[in-house]
Design a protein around this ligand. Structure first.
Ligand code: AMP
Ligand code: GLY
Length: 427
């Protein structure tokens, strides 16, 4: 089968590797891919948001099946367009993708279906904001309604901050929407829960915990994710049951009722407090870097799984997982998530010797004259699996020290929660 994979991050390199390892896979095209996918696939520099051009390419190269990595093409309706043109594609339609594309849409679904989430108000003007802050006290969370490249959420310690940020959003700071969601701040422990969904069923696709802040001890500004581990022990059996019954099932049922069923990966972003899950956000894709810790634990054939999902036959699939735990540490360019330089040579990369359980997933990289160059803020993901988190992390950090990339930095405390908690890990 010829497969087209959209995206250029560590997530897509991890997906690409799994697709490539399947006996069902003949050839992969990545749109646009990175230096990692280039080793496994043909990277194509084509703007997939130009739907017609993309369709022509798919037809010309006899691509059988499209897998979408990031949210933007989904939110913009690529799946609807391709399906109308009889192209098989794994990902949700435009309506269902609003679960991520519009925070107001997601919150309305929560309210209509009594899904546990932070108390909120959808605001279109200042007087609505004033009404909410009169009744609720800071900290409060202001969220731009539409896609905002990870910059749309502000946790405000004062009402003045709430008013300032709201004003900016109303004035059009984010092109995707001038609405906002104002909500109460939830305390607890964050974790991510993943599912594969088709018209008839859904399958549990693992749990993970991401580290969003740039600095150690979870300090500093938010990033796309500095590292992750899987599984997330905070999601125990009873929490898992609650997530499925109180959050996932009502959401999927609500979409079905509107005759817009969900198909694709579903990322459930949660706050867990006192063994109770609260929905913070939905993402209509795999997480990055969560994907880089989930996929190394998957035993089953990913091509078969995704293909069956597009046939609405996930019911026939029995997912198999390795017992091992998994972690990833993201190597970033100095300056990230602020300004950083590009095209820095990653000199020692070719000298690294990785073990059987190690995976280095590329993100912002490109190959030029046989040299590996940095292209983004998040550059490489060092992933590894093993029996305990402390040893996995030690192994990853050893590789990162060997690489010794002078333009980069990384967090050395990924997994601090589980490593601190698990006594056996301390030995
Ligand atoms: P979102 O884009 O909705 O996931 O928000 C980004 C991050 O902001 C989340 O991963 C949380 O760390 C934080 N966040 C969002 N909403 C809340 C909330 N209601 N309470 C506490 N933290 C939140
Ligand atoms: N790691 C967070 C995300 O993928 O949205």
């Amino acid at each position: 089968m010829n497969i087209g994979l959209i995206g250029s991050g560590g997530r897509e390199h991890a997906i690409c590797q799994k697709l490539h390892s399947s006996s069902l896979c003949k050839k992969i095209f990545c749109f646009p891919g990175n230096a990692g996918t280039e080793k496994l696939a043909t990277n194509i520099d084509l703007n997939v948001l130009n739907f017609k051009k993309f369709l022509r390419f798919i037809k010309l190269h006899c691509i059988d099946f499209i897998v979408v990595g990031p949210e933007e093409p989904l939110v913009k309706g690529l799946v609807d367009f391709l399906e109308k043109n009889n192209i098989r594609v794994f990902g949700p339609n435009k309506f269902a993708a609003k679960l991520e594309g519009s925070k107001a849409f997601m919150k309305k679904i929560c309210k209509e279906n009594k899904i546990p989430t932070a108390k909120f108000k959808i605001c279109k003007n200042k007087s609505q904001v004033l009404k909410f802050i009169k009744k609720n006290h800071p900290p409060l969370v202001v969220k731009a309604d539409g896609l905002a490249a990870g910059k749309g959420v502000s946790i405000c310690k004062t009402n003045n901050e709430v008013l300032k940020i709201s004003e900016e959003i109303f004035k059009g700071k984010f092109k995707s929407s001038k609405k906002l969601v104002l909500e109460e701040f939830l305390s607890g422990e964050e974790a991510s829960f993943f599912l594969l969904v088709d018209k008839n069923t859904f399958k549990y696709f693992g749990t993970a915990q991401d580290h969003k802040r740039v600095g150690e001890k979870d300090k500093g500004p938010n990033t796309g994710g500095m590292g992750a581990y899987s599984p997330a022990p905070i999601i125990n059996k009873s929490v898992k049951r609650k997530i499925i019954n109180k959050i996932v099932k009502p959401t999927l049922k609500a979409l079905k009722k509107k005759n817009k069923h969900y198909k694709g990966f579903l990322y459930v972003g949660l706050m867990i407090k006192d063994n109770e899950p609260y929905l913070i956000e939905y993402n209509v894709r795999m997480g990055d870097p969560e994907c880089q810790v989930i996929l190394p634990r998957l035993k089953s054939d990913l091509v078969k799984i995704l293909y069956q999902a597009t046939n609405n036959k996930l019911n026939n699939i029995n997912l198999k997982w390795k017992k091992n735990k998994s972690m990833t540490v993201v190597l970033c360019t100095k300056g990230y998530p602020g300004k950083y330089q590009k095209n820095k040579i990653i000199k020692n990369f070719h000298k690294l010797k990785t073990g059987r359980n190690d995976f280095i997933y590329h993100a912002g990289t490109k190959l030029e004259n046989n040299e590996l160059l940095s292209q983004g803020g998040r550059v490489l993901n060092f992933s590894s699996t093993g029996k305990n988190f402390l040893n996995i992390r030690k192994n990853i950090l050893k590789l990162l020290r060997k690489l010794n990339w002078k333009h980069g930095f990384y967090r050395k405390d990924i997994g601090w929660r589980v490593i601190k908690k698990n006594a056996y890990n301390k030995r």
